[in-house]
Design a protein around this ligand. Structure first.
Ligand SMILES: *[C@@H]1O[C@H](CO)[C@@H](O)[C@H](O)[C@H]1NC(C)=O
Length: 309
C-alpha cells in the first residue's frame, strides 16, 4: 500500500522527465534532419570552404600559439595529417593578440560547418616558410633575397595573412547566390561576415604601414599587396577580383580615390570567386586540377576532388 502511494506520487515527476527526454531527443533529431534536408548541391558548396578554414585555423593558431588543432582542438582535425612547416611567428603583443582571436574564430567556423554538413578530415597543408616565399617570388617575378619569411615579424606575418582570409571572403560571396536552403545561406552569411572582418583588420593594419619598406627588400607594404593581388588575379583566371592597398583612383571607391583599405568592385561590392578560381589560387598552379602550393595533395570535399580524378 505504502509502495503504491509513493509510486503514484512519483508519476507526475516521471511523466515530466519523460517529456523533457522526448523534447530533448526530438530537438537533436530535428537538427540532424535539417542537415540531411540540405540539398546535395548546398552540402558540397558549404563543405568546400572547410579547406580554407582549416588553412586559416592552422596558420593563425601556429602563428599566435606555436601549436595547432592537434594540440588545441584535436577533434576538429578529424584525423587529417598534421600541417607541414607551420610555426609560431615573432609578433608584437597587439598583433599576437589579434591573431590569437582569429585562430579561435577559425576553430568556431570549423565547428559551425561540421555541425551543418558531414565535412571531411583536414587535408595536408603546406605552411612552410618556403610555400609563402615561393608565392612572393611568383608575385614579384624575381627571387626575393633572402627568401620571404612569413613568421619573421609583424609586417611579414600580416602580408602572409593578406593572402588567406580574402580568398575565403571571395569564395563566400561567390557561393551565396548558388545556395538553395536558408540554413546554408545563413551559415555562409555568418562566415562571410567574420572572414570579411578579418580581412579588414589585416588590411587596416597594413594600410597604416603602406609606405613602410619591407626589410631587407626595397619594396613597400603597398607594393607587396599590389603584387600579391595581381598574382591572385592571374592565377584565378577570371579578371580583376583582387586589389592592393593603393590603386589608381579609377579602381578606388566611386573611381575617385587611390587609398583602397577595402577591395571592392565599381559599386564597392565584394568580388566573388568560384571554387575553381579559388583552387587555382591556393594550389598556386593556376589549375584546379593541379595541386600544390598550400595543398600538396589537393583540397578535400566533393568539388575539389572532382577535379583530381
Ligand atoms: C612545401 O612547400 C615547399 C615550397 O613549395 C616545398 O619545397 C616542399 O617540398 C613542400 N613540402 C611538401 C611535403 O609538399
Amino acid at each position: 500500500m505504502a509502495l503504491s502511494i509513493s509510486a503514484d506520487a512519483l508519476k507526475p515527476l516521471f511523466l515530466l522527465l519523460l517529456l523533457v527526454y522526448c523534447l530533448g531527443s526530438s530537438t537533436v533529431l530535428s537538427v540532424e534532419s535539417d542537415a540531411e534536408k540540405l540539398p546535395k548541391s548546398d552540402v558540397d558548396l558549404v563543405e568546400f570552404p572547410l579547406n580554407l578554414e582549416y588553412l586559416e585555423a592552422e596558420f593563425f593558431s601556429w602563428g599566435a600559439f606555436g601549436q595547432g588543432l592537434d594540440k588545441l582542438a584535436p577533434s576538429l582535425a578529424r584525423g587529417g595529417p598534421p600541417p607541414i612547416g607551420a610555426k609560431q611567428a615573432d609578433l608584437s603583443p597587439i598583433v599576437k593578440d589579434i591573431v590569437a582571436q582569429f585562430a579561435y574564430q577559425e576553430f568556431g567556423h570549423l565547428r559551425a560547418i561540421d555541425k551543418t554538413v558531414p565535412g571531411f578530415p583536414r587535408p595536408l597543408l603546406n605552411l612552410s616558410s618556403s610555400t609563402f616565399a615561393t608565392f612572393m617570388n611568383d608575385a614579384f617575378g624575381i627571387a626575393l633575397d633572402p627568401p620571404f619569411d612569413p613568421y619573421a615579424d609583424d609586417i611579414n606575418y600580416l602580408l602572409a595573412s593578406y593572402v588567406l582570409p580574402y580568398v575565403g571572403l571571395t569564395g563566400y560571396v561567390g557561393t551565396n547566390p548558388k545556395l538553395l536552403s536558408p540554413t546554408a545561406r545563413g551559415l555562409v552569411a555568418g562566415l562571410l561576415g567574420v572572414e570579411a572582418g578579418q580581412d579588414a583588420v589585416i588590411r587596416a593594419l597594413l594600410y597604416e604601414r603602406a609606405l613602410v619598406k619591407v626589410l631587407p627588400y626595397g619594396f613597400t607594404v603597398a607594393e607587396f599587396t599590389d603584387k600579391i593581388s595581381d598574382l591572385r588575379n592571374e592565377l584565378g583566371k577570371a579578371g580583376l577580383k583582387d586589389e592592393g592597398l593603393i590603386v589608381p583612383p579609377a579602381l578606388g571607391a566611386e573611381g575617385k580615390i587611390s587609398g583602397n583599405v577595402l577591395a571592392g568592385d565599381e559599386f564597392s561590392l565584394s568580388y566573388g570567386r568560384t571554387p575553381e578560381e579559388i583552387l587555382r589560387i591556393v594550389y598556386a598552379s593556376g589549375k584546379e586540377n593541379k595541386p600544390g602550393g598550400f595543398y600538396p595533395k589537393g583540397a578535400g570535399g566533393k568539388i575539389a576532388k572532382s577535379y583530381l580524378e
